[in-house]
Design a protein around this ligand. Structure first.
Ligand code: RB5
Length: 142
């Protein structure tokens, strides 16, 4: 499995931790920046992860900004991207089961790292339910 990850400055520390966490699990990671805590514009980093997934260079994406809001708004403007802010464990599960989400989004200033890592595990082990949910997902990009 390969995961593309990016953040803005507000998510940089959290992203750095997540990269180590994923590598420790043997997951291949494409770290698309940012590379320090100098202020940057989060839409550009959402675009990098979206492009990577749409080019099938990664199975899933992870995006981190301060709240997760701005970077998820931008990611979801790309057809084929389904980015979900995983604000609870239940949401991490349902984002895969019902929404077939392909990008996990976290708030570097609003979530703690233990919750984030646990939600990544929940997301990566859950399966899409398909069926009526596939019909709805097809409608998202129409
Ligand atoms: C950056 O200060 C902050 O606005 C950004 O990381 C994010 O929280 C936007 O939604």
């Amino acid at each position: 499995m390969k995961i593309a990850i990016a953040s803005d400055h507000a998510g940089f520390d959290t992203k750095t931790f997540i990269v180590g966490y994923l590598k420790g699990k043997g997951i291949e990671v494409a770290d698309l920046g940012t590379n320090n805590d100098t202020s940057v514009d989060y839409p550009l980093y959402a675009d990098k992860v979206a492009a990577h997934i749409l080019a099938q260079k990664a199975d899933y994406g992870i995006l981190v900004c301060g709240t997760g809001i701005g970077i998820s708004i931008r990611a979801n403007r790309h057809k084929g991207i389904r980015a979900a802010i995983l604000y609870s464990d239940d949401v991490a599960l349902m984002a895969r089961k019902h929404n077939d989400a392909n990008v996990m989004v976290f708030g570097g200033r609003t979530m703690n790292i233990n919750d984030i890592c646990r939600r990544i595990d929940i997301f990566l082990t859950a399966q899409f339910d398909g069926g009526r949910h596939q019909t709805r997902i097809d409608l998202l990009d129409k």
